[in-house]
Design a protein around this ligand. Sequence first.
Ligand code: IMP
Length: 427
Amino acid sequence: MSVVAVIGAQWGDEGKGKIVDMLAEKARYVVRFSGGDNAGHTVVNPYGEFKLHIIPSGVFSTGVTAIIGNGVVVNPAVLIGEMEQLHKSGVATPRLFISDRAHLIMPYHILLDGLEEKARGGRAIGTTGKGIGPAFADKVARLGIRAGDLLDKEAFRERLSAVLGYKNTILTKVYDAAPLSLEDIYNQYCQYADRLAPHINDTTMMLAQALGRHEPILLEGAQGTLLDPDFGTYPYTTSSSPLAGGACLGAGLGPGQVTHIMGVFKAYCTRVGGGPMPTELKDKTGDAIRESGHEYGTTTGRARRCGWFDGVAARFSTRINGFTTAAITRLDVLDELAELRICTGYKLDGQTIDYFPANIAALDKCQPVYEELPGWEKPINDVRKFKDLPPNAQRYVKRLEELTGCPASIISVGMKREQTIIRRKVF
Ligand code: IMP
């Protein structure tokens, strides 16, 4: 029996979708545990190419139950849209379940996300605009509406009416915006309820039963460690925990039940939105990595900021997640570069440091200390064994392993599922 958590080790977009899609073949349950439709996983498989925002990637594997856990905030319109897309491509979703404890994204969350960002002016976070922050804020403020609430329409109407009164006061009095109609939202969400009711369940019970039967479970991360509200570059973070600890909380499992924690590291760094990124390249090399890696947001289409691999951030990520193994993705994106750099420390106020500062003002001042390594300058998409990688690519991977302190079980050398080097199995 294995429970494997797949965790983004950087700022999201590490290529977790492909890793999860591969591992899902061996799992019986795949659980999304945090975030919402701010995430975007591109999955390429025999059914075609899919951009999934809310449905766990495991949905493609027959015999797999895909769960949207209690730690996720769910936009029902997006979820139903994705289900319909899958059905059109011949992928059925009878084994897709949503935790009755998962909070719902409501129309006012999306409106407020936009209004709050506008009010931040030059300090905007660069959110995805999907209402994620306001939905998680309501969860903690005890103003949320949960998937399970849709199952009792009368109670749902009462709850919505109370919350909406408060939200409309904020919309009209703080932001000078138009109020939202109770009837419109209620009717719309009742339609969602009819569509989703068969999929809403106590998913913690399902997982407990799966554990009892010793069935393998995969916990599918969204976003990345450096976007965590506690350990990321706060306040330039998301609003739920993408960490291994968040995986337990967002799925309803105990920490002792997780057997492997896999950190997914891209072979370089990217970030979308605002906030510090010490190794960012604002030059031709950054542009070359962006073009070679098609580094444009799956959810918003925004160009991602690109930079060298940050060994300081990576080590921090390993430490706070307790990674037991790693996946290194997109190694092939570096194929054409003659020279590569890896950040091994930061220079801060004249001193070299090897830790990731909590304070973004300090992080903003950090200058990366680089180590140079020769590139391999040849395509590696067809390589399937580590020993067949060009020696310089092997050296690069080994250095990443040393810096992260984490052995790489999987190395991805292309978009397709088969373009992968597997060194150790976790399932
Ligand atoms: P939010 O999660 O939409 O509130 O956005 C907060 C920050 O997290 C912004 O900088 C977003 O660009 C970033 N973010 C949210 N989801 C993702 C993701 O899936 N990949 C990369 N960045 C993300």
